[in-house]
Design a protein around this ligand. Structure first.
Ligand SMILES: Nc1ncnc2c1ncn2[C@@H]1O[C@H](COP(=O)(O)OP(=O)(O)OP(=O)(O)O)[C@@H](O)[C@H]1O
Ligand SMILES: [Mg+2]
Length: 340
């Protein structure tokens, strides 16, 4: 049977991971936001998403790894379009008859040009109607917080490129702040520390893995916990292995963490009095892949004296929230209004 009805979808375009939700089905695509192209200027696509990730480090020298997004926004328009087209086609089949309606996530603070780039890319892929939702609102909704009630909910979505902090109530954002500091800046702090302290250059993946291993030091409370790190010597480019003290790595990420705390403080300090009691009672909810950062919840709770919970399936909350909106597309912003 030929399917004439194209399902509504939600596309959560993340700096490191893009996820596509199909109405009444759930998340059907969850792949890294990367494209591998031929190294010459032909821009010939070799791989996208999961298959691109598998090739990293193993691919021939004449290929280039492209990250079409940086800090939550599109920086390579052409590649972003190709990548998004691939993910959407994968989610709903490339031979759809009618262009789908889409809910698309975006960081809270983007320029008109950055916003336009996302909408243009989606229109180019083929969409009947676009509804743009701020990531923080989608995250709160996907966490299962009572976002349509008159009470206040406080969410902090810490992804790879941006941290979105928001007070949400009655179906909208009351107050929010968005900074371009999240998991990737934490990885960069680790790479920077290794470069400075150990004269070693490591891949993004090595830095990211060290970040996840910080949990071990904190759990062991063993200040002498040592990790063996492989990379290249800064001066000679030759392969190099060094022993790294994990306690120092844990200290090296203090700066980006401070910026995240400052963003939370900014919003907390401006909460209208009528919502203060809700936040003190219900606390702060953390979403996004970086919510899993060891001890981050405890650090935030100690700093501000409010309860902090990491959402279930924290990495998927924004997509699930946007997906819920796709499930109810006709009810968005009144009679199917296009807010793109
Ligand atoms: N166990 C973990 N501990 C710490 N960080 C983690 C863990 N698992 C994943 N991360 C980090 O989460 C980030 C990816 O999260 P997510 O998929 O929410 O980002 P994104 O949606 O691509 O980015 P953004 O929404 O900021 O554009 C990466 O920086 C990754 O290193
Ligand atoms: Mg995200």
């Amino acid at each position: 049977m030929v399917q004439f009805v194209t399902p509504d979808i939600a596309v959560d375009i993340g700096t490191n991971n893009t996820r596509v939700y199909v109405k009444n089905k759930g998340i059907v695509v969850n792949e890294p936001s990367i494209v591998i192209v031929r190294g010459d200027n032909s821009k010939r696509i070799i791989a996208i998403g999961d298959s691109a990730e598998e090739m990293i480090g193993r691919a021939a020298a004449d290929v280039r790894v492209v990250h079409p997004l940086r800090d939550g926004v599109i920086v390579d328009y052409e590649m972003a379009q190709v990548m998004l087209h691939y993910f959407v086609s994968k989610a709903i089949g490339s031979r759809y008859f009618f262009r789908p309606r889409m809910v698309v996530t975006m960081p809270g603070k983007v320029s008109k040009v950055e916003r336009r780039a996302v909408i243009n890319a989606m229109e180019h892929i083929g969409t009947r109607q676009i509804f743009v939702v701020e990531q923080a609102f989608a995250a709160a909704l996907g966490t299962g917080l009572p976002v349509y009630d008159p009470q206040g909910s406080f969410v902090v979505d810490i992804g790879a490129g941006t941290t979105e902090v928001a007070l949400v109530s009655m179906g909208g954002i009351v107050l929010s702040h968005s900074i371009r500091v999240a998991g990737n800046k934490i990885d960069e702090a680790i790479s920077g520390y290794l470069k400075k302290q150990h004269a070693i250059l490591v891949t993004d993946r090595v830095a990211e893995q060290l970040k996840m291993d910080i949990a071990d030091v904190r759990a062991d409370k063993n200040p002498e916990h040592i990790a063996v790190v492989r990379g290249r010597d800064i001066a000679t480019g030759m392969p190099l292995t060094v022993d790294v003290n994990m306690a120092r790595v844990s200290e090296a990420i203090a700066d980006p963490l401070k910026e995240i705390l400052a963003a939370i403080k900014w919003v907390l300090g401006r909460i209208p009095p009528e919502f203060a009691a809700d936040i003190l009672q219900n606390g702060i909810f953390l979403t996004g892949g970086s919510a899993a950062l060891p001890s981050l919840d405890a650090m935030i709770a100690t700093e501000f004296g409010v309860p902090v919970s990491v959402a279930r399936d924290a990495g998927e909350c924004t997509t699930l929230g946007a997906g819920y909106m796709a499930d109810h597309f006709d009810m968005l912003g009144g009679a199917g209004r296009d807010n793109g």
